[in-house]
Design a protein around this ligand. Structure first.
Ligand code: NDP
Length: 484
Protein backbone atom coordinates (compact mmCIF):
# COMPACT_ATOMS: atom_id res chain seq x y z
CA UNK A 1 0.00 0.00 0.00
CA UNK A 2 1.47 3.36 -1.03
CA UNK A 3 0.38 6.88 -0.29
CA UNK A 4 3.38 8.73 -1.65
CA UNK A 5 2.48 12.37 -2.30
CA UNK A 6 3.70 14.17 -5.43
CA UNK A 7 6.33 15.87 -3.26
CA UNK A 8 6.89 16.62 0.43
CA UNK A 9 5.89 20.28 0.53
CA UNK A 10 3.35 22.57 -1.05
CA UNK A 11 4.71 26.07 -1.49
CA UNK A 12 3.56 29.00 -3.60
CA UNK A 13 0.84 26.98 -5.26
CA UNK A 14 2.87 23.89 -6.23
CA UNK A 15 4.43 20.72 -4.89
CA UNK A 16 8.11 21.18 -4.06
CA UNK A 17 10.80 18.70 -3.13
CA UNK A 18 14.27 19.12 -1.68
CA UNK A 19 15.90 15.80 -0.93
CA UNK A 20 18.54 17.55 1.16
CA UNK A 21 16.04 17.55 4.02
CA UNK A 22 16.14 14.65 6.51
CA UNK A 23 13.85 11.75 5.61
CA UNK A 24 10.43 11.40 7.26
CA UNK A 25 8.97 7.91 6.96
CA UNK A 26 5.21 7.73 7.03
CA UNK A 27 4.26 4.43 8.65
CA UNK A 28 0.79 2.88 8.36
CA UNK A 29 -0.23 2.17 11.94
CA UNK A 30 -2.25 -0.93 11.06
CA UNK A 31 0.65 -2.84 9.48
CA UNK A 32 3.90 -1.06 10.29
CA UNK A 33 4.58 -0.67 6.55
CA UNK A 34 6.23 2.48 5.25
CA UNK A 35 3.65 3.99 2.90
CA UNK A 36 5.46 7.21 2.00
CA UNK A 37 8.88 8.82 2.33
CA UNK A 38 9.07 12.57 2.65
CA UNK A 39 11.76 15.07 3.49
CA UNK A 40 11.96 17.76 6.12
CA UNK A 41 11.91 21.32 4.85
CA UNK A 42 15.35 22.85 4.44
CA UNK A 43 15.94 26.48 5.51
CA UNK A 44 15.58 27.53 1.86
CA UNK A 45 12.11 25.97 1.66
CA UNK A 46 11.01 27.48 4.97
CA UNK A 47 12.10 30.84 3.60
CA UNK A 48 10.25 30.25 0.32
CA UNK A 49 7.06 29.30 2.15
CA UNK A 50 7.08 32.37 4.37
CA UNK A 51 8.01 34.67 1.48
CA UNK A 52 5.16 33.34 -0.68
CA UNK A 53 2.70 33.64 2.20
CA UNK A 54 3.70 37.25 2.80
CA UNK A 55 3.32 38.02 -0.94
CA UNK A 56 -0.07 36.36 -1.22
CA UNK A 57 -1.46 37.89 1.95
CA UNK A 58 -1.44 41.53 0.89
CA UNK A 59 -3.61 41.02 -2.22
CA UNK A 60 -5.82 38.48 -0.49
CA UNK A 61 -6.58 40.89 2.37
CA UNK A 62 -7.57 43.52 -0.18
CA UNK A 63 -10.31 41.31 -1.64
CA UNK A 64 -13.91 41.80 -0.55
CA UNK A 65 -14.60 39.37 2.30
CA UNK A 66 -17.40 37.81 0.27
CA UNK A 67 -14.89 36.97 -2.47
CA UNK A 68 -12.58 35.33 0.06
CA UNK A 69 -15.62 33.46 1.33
CA UNK A 70 -16.39 32.16 -2.15
CA UNK A 71 -12.96 30.53 -2.39
CA UNK A 72 -13.46 28.89 1.00
CA UNK A 73 -16.91 27.69 -0.02
CA UNK A 74 -15.49 26.12 -3.18
CA UNK A 75 -12.78 24.42 -1.12
CA UNK A 76 -15.42 23.05 1.24
CA UNK A 77 -17.43 21.68 -1.70
CA UNK A 78 -14.36 19.99 -3.17
CA UNK A 79 -13.62 18.42 0.22
CA UNK A 80 -17.17 17.08 0.44
CA UNK A 81 -17.05 15.66 -3.08
CA UNK A 82 -13.75 13.94 -2.26
CA UNK A 83 -14.73 12.88 1.24
CA UNK A 84 -14.07 9.18 0.67
CA UNK A 85 -10.65 9.69 -0.89
CA UNK A 86 -9.64 12.15 1.85
CA UNK A 87 -11.02 9.86 4.55
CA UNK A 88 -9.03 6.92 3.25
CA UNK A 89 -5.91 9.05 3.28
CA UNK A 90 -6.68 10.18 6.85
CA UNK A 91 -7.00 6.51 7.81
CA UNK A 92 -3.65 5.70 6.21
CA UNK A 93 -2.03 8.73 7.86
CA UNK A 94 -3.38 8.09 11.38
CA UNK A 95 -4.71 4.51 11.58
CA UNK A 96 -8.13 5.80 12.66
CA UNK A 97 -10.97 3.62 11.34
CA UNK A 98 -12.71 4.62 8.15
CA UNK A 99 -16.00 4.42 10.03
CA UNK A 100 -14.80 7.54 11.89
CA UNK A 101 -12.81 9.34 9.24
CA UNK A 102 -15.74 9.25 6.79
CA UNK A 103 -17.78 11.40 9.18
CA UNK A 104 -15.39 13.24 11.48
CA UNK A 105 -12.34 14.54 9.63
CA UNK A 106 -12.60 15.99 6.12
CA UNK A 107 -16.27 16.76 6.74
CA UNK A 108 -15.40 18.67 9.92
CA UNK A 109 -12.79 20.60 7.91
CA UNK A 110 -15.45 21.44 5.33
CA UNK A 111 -17.79 22.59 8.12
CA UNK A 112 -15.14 25.05 9.30
CA UNK A 113 -14.51 26.39 5.79
CA UNK A 114 -18.25 26.90 5.21
CA UNK A 115 -18.76 28.53 8.58
CA UNK A 116 -15.92 31.02 8.20
CA UNK A 117 -16.74 31.62 4.52
CA UNK A 118 -20.15 32.83 5.66
CA UNK A 119 -18.78 34.66 8.70
CA UNK A 120 -16.19 36.75 6.81
CA UNK A 121 -18.62 39.15 5.09
CA UNK A 122 -20.49 39.76 8.34
CA UNK A 123 -17.50 41.23 10.17
CA UNK A 124 -18.02 44.87 11.00
CA UNK A 125 -16.36 47.51 13.14
CA UNK A 126 -17.84 49.90 15.66
CA UNK A 127 -18.56 53.58 15.64
CA UNK A 128 -18.01 55.17 19.01
CA UNK A 129 -19.65 58.47 19.79
CA UNK A 130 -17.52 60.96 21.72
CA UNK A 131 -19.96 63.86 22.02
CA UNK A 132 -19.74 66.73 19.59
CA UNK A 133 -18.82 65.89 16.01
CA UNK A 134 -15.74 63.82 16.70
CA UNK A 135 -16.05 60.04 16.76
CA UNK A 136 -13.99 56.89 16.60
CA UNK A 137 -14.51 53.98 14.25
CA UNK A 138 -12.79 50.62 14.38
CA UNK A 139 -11.51 48.37 11.63
CA UNK A 140 -10.94 44.63 11.95
CA UNK A 141 -7.68 43.89 10.16
CA UNK A 142 -5.88 40.62 9.48
CA UNK A 143 -2.74 39.80 11.43
CA UNK A 144 -0.68 38.88 8.35
CA UNK A 145 1.21 35.59 8.08
CA UNK A 146 -0.04 32.89 10.46
CA UNK A 147 1.90 29.74 11.24
CA UNK A 148 -0.18 26.65 12.03
CA UNK A 149 1.47 23.68 13.73
CA UNK A 150 -0.54 20.49 14.02
CA UNK A 151 -0.69 17.41 16.23
CA UNK A 152 -1.01 13.96 14.67
CA UNK A 153 -4.48 12.94 15.80
CA UNK A 154 -6.62 15.03 13.41
CA UNK A 155 -4.34 16.11 10.55
CA UNK A 156 -7.08 17.24 8.15
CA UNK A 157 -9.34 18.79 10.75
CA UNK A 158 -6.53 20.70 12.46
CA UNK A 159 -5.27 22.10 9.13
CA UNK A 160 -8.80 23.27 8.25
CA UNK A 161 -9.73 24.56 11.70
CA UNK A 162 -6.66 26.79 11.58
CA UNK A 163 -6.77 27.74 7.90
CA UNK A 164 -10.50 28.52 7.71
CA UNK A 165 -10.60 31.50 10.11
CA UNK A 166 -7.10 32.63 9.19
CA UNK A 167 -7.89 32.83 5.47
CA UNK A 168 -11.47 34.04 5.88
CA UNK A 169 -10.27 37.11 7.78
CA UNK A 170 -7.53 37.96 5.26
CA UNK A 171 -4.43 36.20 6.57
CA UNK A 172 -2.11 33.73 4.83
CA UNK A 173 -0.85 30.53 6.45
CA UNK A 174 2.19 28.30 6.54
CA UNK A 175 1.17 24.98 8.07
CA UNK A 176 3.49 22.37 9.51
CA UNK A 177 1.83 19.00 10.08
CA UNK A 178 3.11 16.61 12.70
CA UNK A 179 5.96 14.57 11.34
CA UNK A 180 3.91 11.47 12.27
CA UNK A 181 1.02 12.40 9.90
CA UNK A 182 2.44 14.43 7.01
CA UNK A 183 0.02 13.45 4.22
CA UNK A 184 -3.41 15.02 4.70
CA UNK A 185 -2.59 18.74 4.86
CA UNK A 186 -0.97 18.50 1.39
CA UNK A 187 -4.34 17.53 -0.08
CA UNK A 188 -5.97 20.54 1.58
CA UNK A 189 -3.30 22.79 0.04
CA UNK A 190 -4.03 21.30 -3.39
CA UNK A 191 -7.75 21.88 -2.89
CA UNK A 192 -7.29 25.53 -1.95
CA UNK A 193 -5.49 26.16 -5.24
CA UNK A 194 -8.18 24.33 -7.17
CA UNK A 195 -10.78 26.45 -5.38
CA UNK A 196 -9.14 29.64 -6.61
CA UNK A 197 -6.90 30.67 -3.72
CA UNK A 198 -3.81 32.56 -4.84
CA UNK A 199 -0.48 30.67 -4.79
CA UNK A 200 1.21 31.09 -1.42
CA UNK A 201 -1.96 31.67 0.57
CA UNK A 202 -1.78 28.24 2.21
CA UNK A 203 1.57 26.47 2.24
CA UNK A 204 2.53 23.16 3.82
CA UNK A 205 6.07 22.45 4.97
CA UNK A 206 7.09 19.18 6.57
CA UNK A 207 9.43 18.70 9.45
CA UNK A 208 10.04 17.89 13.05
CA UNK A 209 10.10 20.36 15.92
CA UNK A 210 13.06 22.32 14.54
CA UNK A 211 11.12 23.27 11.41
CA UNK A 212 8.23 24.42 13.60
CA UNK A 213 10.65 26.42 15.74
CA UNK A 214 12.16 28.11 12.65
CA UNK A 215 8.67 29.14 11.50
CA UNK A 216 7.68 30.45 14.91
CA UNK A 217 10.71 32.71 15.29
CA UNK A 218 10.84 34.09 11.75
CA UNK A 219 10.31 37.88 11.66
CA UNK A 220 7.66 37.45 8.93
CA UNK A 221 5.44 35.40 11.24
CA UNK A 222 2.68 37.42 12.91
CA UNK A 223 0.75 34.66 14.65
CA UNK A 224 1.27 31.09 15.76
CA UNK A 225 -1.50 28.57 16.34
CA UNK A 226 -0.33 25.29 17.85
CA UNK A 227 -2.23 22.11 18.56
CA UNK A 228 -0.01 19.88 20.65
CA UNK A 229 1.12 18.87 24.09
CA UNK A 230 1.72 21.18 27.05
CA UNK A 231 5.54 20.79 26.95
CA UNK A 232 5.62 21.79 23.26
CA UNK A 233 3.12 24.57 24.01
CA UNK A 234 5.48 26.02 26.60
CA UNK A 235 8.35 26.09 24.11
CA UNK A 236 6.32 27.53 21.25
CA UNK A 237 4.62 30.14 23.46
CA UNK A 238 8.00 31.27 24.80
CA UNK A 239 9.54 31.41 21.32
CA UNK A 240 6.59 33.43 19.99
CA UNK A 241 6.84 35.83 22.92
CA UNK A 242 10.25 36.99 21.75
CA UNK A 243 8.64 38.63 18.74
CA UNK A 244 5.46 39.58 20.69
CA UNK A 245 3.52 37.37 18.28
CA UNK A 246 -0.13 36.47 18.69
CA UNK A 247 -0.69 32.89 19.81
CA UNK A 248 -3.40 30.30 20.07
CA UNK A 249 -2.42 27.24 22.10
CA UNK A 250 -4.65 24.16 21.89
CA UNK A 251 -2.94 21.81 24.32
CA UNK A 252 -3.58 18.65 26.27
CA UNK A 253 -6.07 17.71 28.94
CA UNK A 254 -7.12 15.31 31.68
CA UNK A 255 -10.78 16.09 31.56
CA UNK A 256 -13.46 14.86 33.98
CA UNK A 257 -16.88 13.38 33.26
CA UNK A 258 -19.09 13.48 36.36
CA UNK A 259 -21.93 10.95 36.34
CA UNK A 260 -24.62 11.28 38.99
CA UNK A 261 -26.86 8.45 40.24
CA UNK A 262 -29.87 9.86 38.38
CA UNK A 263 -28.13 9.87 34.97
CA UNK A 264 -29.41 7.79 32.08
CA UNK A 265 -27.11 4.79 32.43
CA UNK A 266 -26.69 3.88 28.78
CA UNK A 267 -26.17 7.47 27.71
CA UNK A 268 -23.53 7.95 30.39
CA UNK A 269 -21.78 4.70 29.47
CA UNK A 270 -21.91 5.53 25.76
CA UNK A 271 -20.53 9.02 26.32
CA UNK A 272 -17.74 7.77 28.56
CA UNK A 273 -16.80 5.27 25.84
CA UNK A 274 -16.90 7.93 23.12
CA UNK A 275 -14.88 10.20 25.38
CA UNK A 276 -12.17 7.58 25.89
CA UNK A 277 -12.14 5.21 22.92
CA UNK A 278 -13.06 7.30 19.86
CA UNK A 279 -9.96 7.76 17.69
CA UNK A 280 -8.36 5.04 19.83
CA UNK A 281 -8.44 7.48 22.73
CA UNK A 282 -6.20 9.99 20.97
CA UNK A 283 -8.34 13.07 21.50
CA UNK A 284 -7.26 16.07 23.54
CA UNK A 285 -10.66 16.70 25.12
CA UNK A 286 -11.25 13.10 26.19
CA UNK A 287 -12.94 12.64 29.55
CA UNK A 288 -10.30 10.33 30.94
CA UNK A 289 -11.30 10.75 34.59
CA UNK A 290 -14.81 9.33 34.85
CA UNK A 291 -16.26 10.20 38.28
CA UNK A 292 -19.23 7.92 38.98
CA UNK A 293 -21.53 8.42 41.97
CA UNK A 294 -21.53 5.53 44.42
CA UNK A 295 -25.15 4.44 43.85
CA UNK A 296 -24.78 3.85 40.11
CA UNK A 297 -21.18 2.66 40.01
CA UNK A 298 -21.68 -1.12 40.03
CA UNK A 299 -24.26 -0.99 37.24
CA UNK A 300 -22.14 1.52 35.32
CA UNK A 301 -19.06 -0.70 35.44
CA UNK A 302 -20.98 -3.78 34.42
CA UNK A 303 -22.59 -2.10 31.40
CA UNK A 304 -19.32 -0.39 30.49
CA UNK A 305 -17.48 -3.67 30.51
CA UNK A 306 -20.09 -5.42 28.33
CA UNK A 307 -20.13 -2.65 25.77
CA UNK A 308 -16.36 -2.16 25.77
CA UNK A 309 -15.69 -5.85 25.18
CA UNK A 310 -18.05 -5.74 22.19
CA UNK A 311 -16.04 -3.02 20.41
CA UNK A 312 -14.94 -4.21 16.96
CA UNK A 313 -11.20 -3.65 16.81
CA UNK A 314 -9.16 -4.37 13.69
CA UNK A 315 -8.41 -3.29 10.13
CA UNK A 316 -9.22 0.44 9.99
CA UNK A 317 -10.01 0.28 6.26
CA UNK A 318 -12.92 -2.11 6.99
CA UNK A 319 -15.98 0.05 7.53
CA UNK A 320 -17.31 -2.30 10.22
CA UNK A 321 -14.21 -1.66 12.36
CA UNK A 322 -14.93 0.60 15.31
CA UNK A 323 -11.43 0.95 16.72
CA UNK A 324 -8.10 1.01 14.90
CA UNK A 325 -4.50 0.91 16.10
CA UNK A 326 -2.63 3.63 17.97
CA UNK A 327 -0.99 6.15 15.67
CA UNK A 328 2.59 4.94 16.21
CA UNK A 329 4.66 2.32 17.97
CA UNK A 330 6.04 5.08 20.22
CA UNK A 331 2.55 6.10 21.30
CA UNK A 332 1.62 2.45 21.90
CA UNK A 333 4.70 2.01 24.12
CA UNK A 334 3.85 5.17 26.03
CA UNK A 335 0.28 4.05 26.65
CA UNK A 336 1.19 0.48 27.64
CA UNK A 337 3.70 1.93 30.11
CA UNK A 338 0.85 3.91 31.71
CA UNK A 339 -1.26 0.73 31.93
CA UNK A 340 1.58 -0.99 33.81
CA UNK A 341 1.84 2.02 36.14
CA UNK A 342 -1.93 1.89 36.75
CA UNK A 343 -1.67 -1.75 37.79
CA UNK A 344 1.40 -1.21 39.95
CA UNK A 345 -0.25 1.72 41.75
CA UNK A 346 -3.25 -0.45 42.68
CA UNK A 347 -6.00 0.41 40.20
CA UNK A 348 -8.30 -2.50 39.27
CA UNK A 349 -8.12 -3.52 35.62
CA UNK A 350 -11.72 -4.15 34.55
CA UNK A 351 -11.03 -4.96 30.92
CA UNK A 352 -8.37 -4.58 28.21
CA UNK A 353 -4.81 -3.60 29.02
CA UNK A 354 -3.25 -5.91 26.43
CA UNK A 355 -2.09 -5.66 22.84
CA UNK A 356 -3.63 -7.61 19.99
CA UNK A 357 -1.45 -10.51 18.91
CA UNK A 358 -0.96 -9.28 15.35
CA UNK A 359 1.10 -6.66 13.47
CA UNK A 360 0.14 -3.02 13.93
CA UNK A 361 -0.09 -0.84 17.02
CA UNK A 362 -3.26 -2.42 18.41
CA UNK A 363 -4.27 -2.08 22.04
CA UNK A 364 -7.51 -3.31 23.58
CA UNK A 365 -9.75 -0.60 25.03
CA UNK A 366 -8.88 -0.46 28.69
CA UNK A 367 -10.89 0.40 31.79
CA UNK A 368 -9.50 0.86 35.28
CA UNK A 369 -11.73 1.14 38.35
CA UNK A 370 -10.86 2.02 41.97
CA UNK A 371 -8.68 4.82 40.65
CA UNK A 372 -7.73 7.47 43.20
CA UNK A 373 -7.00 11.13 42.54
CA UNK A 374 -3.28 10.78 43.22
CA UNK A 375 -2.59 7.85 40.89
CA UNK A 376 -0.44 8.65 37.87
CA UNK A 377 -3.17 7.48 35.47
CA UNK A 378 -5.53 10.04 37.04
CA UNK A 379 -3.06 12.91 36.79
CA UNK A 380 -1.16 12.62 33.51
CA UNK A 381 -2.48 12.77 29.96
CA UNK A 382 -2.16 9.24 28.52
CA UNK A 383 -3.54 9.91 25.02
CA UNK A 384 -4.73 6.37 24.40
CA UNK A 385 -7.80 4.17 25.03
CA UNK A 386 -7.45 4.06 28.81
CA UNK A 387 -10.38 5.08 31.00
CA UNK A 388 -10.02 5.71 34.72
CA UNK A 389 -13.21 5.31 36.79
CA UNK A 390 -13.27 7.08 40.16
CA UNK A 391 -16.07 6.92 42.75
CA UNK A 392 -17.63 9.94 44.47
CA UNK A 393 -20.45 10.62 46.91
CA UNK A 394 -21.41 14.31 46.89
CA UNK A 395 -21.72 17.03 44.26
CA UNK A 396 -19.34 19.32 46.14
CA UNK A 397 -16.73 16.59 46.36
CA UNK A 398 -17.08 15.73 42.65
CA UNK A 399 -16.56 19.35 41.58
CA UNK A 400 -13.51 19.81 43.79
CA UNK A 401 -11.91 16.59 42.56
CA UNK A 402 -12.83 17.26 38.92
CA UNK A 403 -11.05 20.61 39.14
CA UNK A 404 -8.02 19.22 40.94
CA UNK A 405 -5.83 19.13 37.84
CA UNK A 406 -3.40 21.44 36.15
CA UNK A 407 -5.34 21.02 32.89
CA UNK A 408 -8.62 22.74 31.97
CA UNK A 409 -9.59 21.70 28.47
CA UNK A 410 -13.00 20.10 28.87
CA UNK A 411 -15.51 18.62 31.34
CA UNK A 412 -18.86 16.87 31.23
CA UNK A 413 -21.75 16.14 33.56
CA UNK A 414 -24.51 13.52 33.35
CA UNK A 415 -27.64 14.00 35.46
CA UNK A 416 -31.41 14.20 35.04
CA UNK A 417 -31.43 17.28 37.32
CA UNK A 418 -30.87 20.19 34.94
CA UNK A 419 -30.49 22.79 37.69
CA UNK A 420 -27.66 20.70 39.07
CA UNK A 421 -26.14 20.27 35.59
CA UNK A 422 -25.92 24.03 35.06
CA UNK A 423 -24.63 24.57 38.60
CA UNK A 424 -21.89 22.01 38.08
CA UNK A 425 -20.72 23.31 34.69
CA UNK A 426 -20.52 26.84 36.08
CA UNK A 427 -18.06 25.51 38.65
CA UNK A 428 -15.97 23.43 36.23
CA UNK A 429 -12.59 24.98 35.45
CA UNK A 430 -12.60 24.05 31.77
CA UNK A 431 -12.89 25.79 28.41
CA UNK A 432 -15.48 23.44 26.91
CA UNK A 433 -18.24 21.69 28.88
CA UNK A 434 -20.99 19.25 27.98
CA UNK A 435 -24.28 18.44 29.70
CA UNK A 436 -25.62 14.91 29.08
CA UNK A 437 -23.35 14.41 26.07
CA UNK A 438 -19.62 14.45 25.47
CA UNK A 439 -16.99 15.46 22.90
CA UNK A 440 -19.30 17.08 20.38
CA UNK A 441 -17.42 20.01 18.86
CA UNK A 442 -19.56 21.77 16.25
CA UNK A 443 -17.64 24.52 14.48
CA UNK A 444 -20.18 27.08 15.74
CA UNK A 445 -18.98 26.59 19.33
CA UNK A 446 -15.73 28.13 20.57
CA UNK A 447 -13.25 25.43 21.53
CA UNK A 448 -10.17 25.73 23.71
CA UNK A 449 -8.73 25.33 27.15
CA UNK A 450 -8.14 27.10 30.40
CA UNK A 451 -5.26 26.56 32.86
CA UNK A 452 -2.40 24.60 31.21
CA UNK A 453 -4.68 23.44 28.39
CA UNK A 454 -4.12 26.57 26.42
CA UNK A 455 -4.89 30.13 25.48
CA UNK A 456 -7.24 31.42 22.83
CA UNK A 457 -10.19 29.73 21.20
CA UNK A 458 -10.72 28.06 17.87
CA UNK A 459 -14.06 28.08 16.03
CA UNK A 460 -17.19 30.10 16.65
CA UNK A 461 -17.25 33.88 16.77
CA UNK A 462 -14.40 33.71 19.27
CA UNK A 463 -11.96 32.87 16.46
CA UNK A 464 -12.36 36.39 15.11
CA UNK A 465 -10.47 37.71 18.12
CA UNK A 466 -7.56 35.41 17.38
CA UNK A 467 -7.10 36.02 13.65
CA UNK A 468 -7.72 39.76 13.46
CA UNK A 469 -6.60 42.89 15.24
CA UNK A 470 -8.57 46.05 15.90
CA UNK A 471 -7.53 49.42 14.53
CA UNK A 472 -9.13 52.48 16.13
CA UNK A 473 -9.56 55.54 13.95
CA UNK A 474 -10.25 58.88 15.63
CA UNK A 475 -12.03 61.26 13.27
CA UNK A 476 -11.46 64.89 14.17
CA UNK A 477 -14.12 67.30 12.95
CA UNK A 478 -13.17 70.57 14.55
CA UNK A 479 -10.11 72.75 14.87
CA UNK A 480 -7.03 71.21 16.51
CA UNK A 481 -6.81 72.60 20.02
CA UNK A 482 -3.02 72.88 20.51
CA UNK A 483 -1.87 74.76 23.64
CA UNK A 484 1.36 75.96 21.99
P1 NDP B 1 3.50 17.51 20.24
O1 NDP B 1 3.39 18.57 21.26
O2 NDP B 1 4.57 16.50 20.37
O3 NDP B 1 3.67 18.16 18.79
C1 NDP B 1 2.77 19.11 18.28
C2 NDP B 1 3.37 19.77 17.05
O4 NDP B 1 4.42 20.66 17.44
C3 NDP B 1 4.02 18.77 16.08
O5 NDP B 1 3.79 19.21 14.76
C4 NDP B 1 5.47 18.86 16.46
O6 NDP B 1 6.32 18.43 15.43
C5 NDP B 1 5.60 20.36 16.72
N1 NDP B 1 6.75 20.75 17.54
C6 NDP B 1 7.46 20.01 18.43
N2 NDP B 1 8.42 20.77 19.02
C7 NDP B 1 8.32 22.01 18.49
C8 NDP B 1 9.01 23.24 18.69
N3 NDP B 1 10.02 23.36 19.57
N4 NDP B 1 8.64 24.34 17.98
C9 NDP B 1 7.60 24.26 17.10
N5 NDP B 1 6.92 23.12 16.86
C10 NDP B 1 7.25 22.01 17.55
O7 NDP B 1 2.06 16.84 20.20
P2 NDP B 1 1.61 15.53 19.48
O8 NDP B 1 1.75 15.68 18.01
O9 NDP B 1 2.27 14.38 20.17
O10 NDP B 1 0.03 15.53 19.79
C11 NDP B 1 -0.50 15.09 20.99
C12 NDP B 1 -0.80 16.26 21.91
O11 NDP B 1 -1.61 17.22 21.27
C13 NDP B 1 -1.55 15.84 23.14
O12 NDP B 1 -1.01 16.43 24.29
C14 NDP B 1 -2.94 16.39 22.91
O13 NDP B 1 -3.65 16.63 24.05
C15 NDP B 1 -2.67 17.63 22.12
N6 NDP B 1 -3.83 17.98 21.35
C16 NDP B 1 -4.57 19.09 21.70
C17 NDP B 1 -5.71 19.42 21.03
C18 NDP B 1 -6.50 20.65 21.37
O14 NDP B 1 -7.23 21.12 20.54
N7 NDP B 1 -6.39 21.19 22.56
C19 NDP B 1 -6.21 18.59 19.93
C20 NDP B 1 -5.35 17.49 19.62
C21 NDP B 1 -4.21 17.20 20.32
P3 NDP B 1 6.69 16.86 15.32
O15 NDP B 1 5.53 16.04 15.71
O16 NDP B 1 7.00 16.72 13.89
O17 NDP B 1 7.83 16.68 16.26
Amino acid sequence: MRAQPTASHFIDGAYVEDTAGAVIECVYAATGAVIARLHEATPALIDAALASAARAQADWAALAPVERGRVLHRAASLIRVRNRELSELETLDTGKPLQETLVADASSGADALEYFAGFAPTVTGQTIALGGDDFVYTLREPLGVCVGIGAWNYPTQIACWKAAPALAFGNAMVFKPSEVTPLCALKIAEIFIEAGAPPGLFNVVQGRGAVGAALVTDPRTDKVSLTGSVPTGRKVYAAAADGIRHVTMELGGKSPIVIFDDANLDDAVGAAMLGNFYSTGQICSNGTRVFVQKGIKARFLQRLRERTEAIVIGDPLEEATQMGPMVSADQLDKVTAYIAIGQSEGATLITGGTRLDQPGNYLRPTVFADVTDTMTIAREEIFGPVMAVLEFETEKEAIARANDTEFGLAAGVFTADLARAHRVVRRFQAGTCWINTYNLTPVQAPFGGSKLSGVGRENGHAALEHYTQVKSVYVGSGPVDAPY
